[in-house]
Design a protein around this ligand. Sequence first.
Ligand SMILES: [Fe+2]
Length: 218
Amino acid sequence: MRRRLLISSALTAAASVAVPALASPARTRLPRMTEGPFYPPRSWRADSTLWPDQDADLTTVRRKEGVLRAQGAWLGLEAQVLDSAGRAIDGAEVEIWQCDAQAAYRHPSVPATAGRFDPGFQGYGAAVSGTGGELRFRTIRPVAYPGRTPHIHLKISHASFGTLTTQLFVAGDPGNAEDFLWRQLDSATQQAAALRLTPAPAQTDLRWMARHALVVPS
Ligand SMILES: [Fe+2]
């Protein structure tokens, strides 16, 4: 009996040593999705009259005629690129694109009809993550597009995993339940892809803030 107890406690001790605590819990990756029809082609973006500005601030378009500001509710998106083991990814290129407050995308297939799109919205932007995986965008709170719940498209690229094309949604948006892409995601993946918006501090020019981990493959 005594011997059995000793063996049992030895096994317990061994088990607690053999299974170290994880430095960081495993995280659910962003879902892989297609580009969809409105990823602005690189060749088209190379036209500096169409695209004078492709930085990480989509709320402002700087043209030589002047500076235009986006319609809609401005959103500060603070993101961190992490892999599914919790490691920060330094130097990831993150591209985002979304429709403007009038639900018009910047794309060669979408006519830029005066009054039916917002010339103050940049439509596309890009940033590179810093040493802690961090990056930030200024954009607008995404709006519904016909047949789709509000969403932001992303393309994340880094040598460690290649390219991940995905979308971010707005947590709690009533349109999500009807969205054909959102409905395909399991609940953990929905969480990974859902921005939790909070009102921005009054001293900023933003209306909403979100902090979000962009979890990519290990
Ligand atoms: Fe879209």
